[in-house]
Design a protein around this ligand. Structure first.
Ligand code: NAP
Length: 307
């Protein structure tokens, strides 16, 4: 029987692990399909306070893990398939085996959203990617395309100019969600061409087993054109990882956990932290703050229950 199981090992989960471990609760952290969360696929993090020169995302999240381990947190590679939150202790199925816990911190984050084109999934790893940091290296001196109009797309487009001959940023509107500073960097980058009011209708060429080009459509004129592309990066946001909760926790229409105040969910003893609940801020520092809140609430909950 565990005091606390933390689902997710990004900023939120790892910070919750630091706090609960330091409170001698011996937390178990289940790392999930994407260990380290989104920071593990980010390059430079310039806005996490305490690092005046910036820090690499994977390094930052690894530091948090080491810090939690120093106080006795246990990290497990594994994936939560389902859970039974109908009574306490809660039961959590991790890679086929059920475990019991008095409290649960859900810090499972959100995963990359895809366009949903028929050929997109078939060409993942063959030119289609959602992670510039992971795959940019493969496209030295190649034609690269990035889809999206938020900060992620701006960051990826800028980063990919280190590798590509040219980067084309394709966005479906002519207004951008991206922050001004990130957008300004893209506009000022001579290696980036911007195509607005434009969508991708198809990705070629499944028969060749690699990305060779795309079919673009201008939403204002309706004109279509084929373009040669080698690397196709999708940066259009994320989907919260909440399927394993099986409807036992109240979610909004997009699948994000609905907070009941603080870090509380509708089930007493189950707490949320990070992007799995936060659709507004979604920053490393806010996820860490949320992990801290969830840990303190779990600690108080256990104390109140006499553990
Ligand atoms: P986002 O802000 O939600 O932007 C998603 C973009 O993808 C939007 O421009 C959206 O277009 C577009 N999009 C969504 N679905 C699409 C579809 N089916 N086809 C074509 N385009 C589609 O997501 P994000 O850029 O991943 O950023 C998420 C959060 O992380 C934000 O809070 C952001 O500030 C933060 N972030 C910060 C940094 C940083 O500061 N270093 C870096 C990355 C991310 P519409 O605008 O038309 O809806």
């Amino acid at each position: 029987m565990h005091n606390v199981i933390i689902i997710g090992s990004g900023c939120a989960g790892n910070t919750a692990a630091v706090y609960t471990a330091r409170a001698s609760l011996k937390p178990i952290v289940i790392s999930g399909h994407e260990p380290g969360g989104q920071l593990s696929i980010t390059s430079e993090v310039e806005n996490f306070p305490g690092f005046p020169e910036g820090i690499l995302g994977p390094q930052l999240v690894e530091n948090m893990k080491l810090q939690a381990q120093r106080f006795g947190a246990e990290f497990r590679h594994g994936y939560v398939e389902e859970c039974d939150l109908s009574r306490r202790p809660f039961r959590i199925k991790i890679d086929g085996a059920w475990e019991e816990t008095r409290t649960l911190i859900v810090a499972s984050g959100a995963s990359a959203r895809w366009l949903g084109l028929p050929n997109e999934q078939k060409l993942i790893g063959k030119g289609v990617s959602s992670c510039a940091t992971c795959d940019g290296f493969f496209f030295r001196e190649k034609e690269i395309m990035v889809i999206g109009g938020g900060d992620s797309a701006m960051e990826e487009a800028n980063f990919l100019t280190r590798f590509g001959r040219r980067v084309t940023l394709v966005h479906r509107r002519d207004q951008f969600r991206a922050s001004k500073i990130m957008l300004d960097r893209v506009v000022a980058n001579p290696k980036i061409e911007m195509l607005t009011n434009t969508v991708v209708d198809d990705i070629y060429d499944v028969t060749k087993g690699t990305v060779t080009g795309v079919k673009l459509r201008n939403l204002v004129t309706g004109a279509t054109e084929d373009r040669a592309v080698d690397g196709f990066f999708v940066a259009i946001g994320h989907i919260p990882n909440t399927k394993f909760l099986g409807g036992q926790i109240t979610l909004d229409e997009d699948g994000y956990i609905v907070s009941q105040g603080g870090a509380r969910t509708n089930v007493p003893g189950v707490f949320h932290a990070g992007d799995v609940q936060d659709r507004t801020y979604r920053q490393a520092i806010t996820a860490s703050g949320a992990g801290c809140m969830a840990a303190i609430e779990a600690e108080r909950f256990l104390e109140h229950e006499g553990h």
